[in-house]
Design a protein around this ligand. Structure first.
Ligand code: CDT
Length: 311
């Protein structure tokens, strides 16, 4: 258990990664942010979802060979190794999102948690995959996560890093209360996540400002209701003309925004996250053992979609 009950928590937001950008160039940007985070007191750094490439699910691809270039067959691998080496040298833990191709040929939208000695101590594969698998010819771009990835098979798990209990999720997972509740029932203290959220909704005419509003409200409500810190890292700005929202944030268990990125570029935000704030909520208003009534929550696991009222 973290005895001083506070941890230096950094979010390393990324500006755009274009199709033409090499992995080496992207990793150099991550290294620079690692060093800055360290100099500002960070112990753990959170990078975005699919941090090593452009947000490729916006492109329709039929050829597996074309798709393969966005995926990592091993982790670490020679192109990403400098990130592991630098984090180890600096004594930093980190969270990183990337596209995973397993030796069996399975594809996942994945994140890992790496400790300060450079060991991968946790892996998560995205469960709530948004978008579609068909080619939407009328849409300005695609959102093909349902075509390119399988639903994650590792569940929502909690990992000990720097004597602090971390839960992971990825992007669309942050909009689902079940994500945080399953993690908080395992006594998670911090939930870390990366995201790529297009500013334009291809399904209906959603005002652009709502994309940021619903992002923030999801994080703030779930941080409070689960007595957690939440650290969320965007990849944002215009990737080859396709814009994604920024507003990377660190949210306290009070639901308050403690730090927020100002730009749509590479930008590091850091807070000293006092874990005792979450403890207070867990002891009192959200003392789960004392107040939860799971006998009345059965529908949450028995039903997937909304149905008829109970008799
Ligand atoms: N990458 C990802 O999961 N993006 C989704 C877009 C869906 S729009 C509601 C997100 O939830 O941000």
């Amino acid at each position: 258990m973290n005895s001083n009950r506070a941890i230096g928590l950094a979010v390393a937001q990324m500006g755009p990664v274009n199709l033409a950008d090499s992995r080496e160039a992207v990793v150099r940007r991550l290294l620079e942010m690692l060093r800055e985070a360290k100099s500002r007191g960070a112990e753990v750094v959170v990078f975005p979802e699919l941090a090593l490439t452009t947000f490729f699910p916006r492109y329709w691809m039929e050829d597996e060979g074309e798709l393969d270039r966005f995926f990592e067959k091993t982790m670490p691998n020679p192109r990403v190794q400098p990130l592991f080496d630098e984090a180890k040298k600096l004594g930093l833990g980190f969270y990183l999102g990337y596209a995973e191709l397993t030796p069996e040929g399975r594809r996942f939208n994945t994140s890992i948690l790496v400790d300060k000695t450079g060991n991968i101590i946790g892996k998560y594969r995205k469960i709530h995959l948004p978008g579609h698998s068909d080619h939407k010819l009328e849409a300005p771009f695609q959102h093909l996560e349902k075509k390119y990835f399988e639903v994650g098979d590792l569940g929502f798990r909690v990992f000990d890093l720097h004597d602090t209990r971390f839960g992971m999720c990825l992007c669309n997972d942050r909009r689902w209360p079940e994500t945080y509740r399953v993690l908080s029932l395992q006594s998670a203290e911090i939930v870390v996540l990366g995201y790529n959220t297009p500013s334009v909704n291809i399904h209906w005419n959603e005002p652009v400002h709502l994309r940021t509003t619903t992002h923030l409200i999801s994080l703030q409500a779930n941080a409070y209701q689960n007595a957690l810190w939440v650290a969320a890292a965007a990849k944002c700005g215009s990737e080859d003309g396709f814009h994604m929202i920024g507003s990377s944030v660190i949210v306290a268990p009070t639901g308050e925004l403690v730090a927020r990125a100002l730009t749509e570029d590479d930008e590091v935000i850091v807070v000293k996250a006092d874990l005792r704030i979450g403890e207070n909520f867990r002891k009192h208003v959200f003392n789960f053992a004392k107040h939860r009534r799971p006998e009345f929550y059965r529908l949450i696991v028995d039903r997937v979609g909304a149905g008829e009222p109970l008799p």
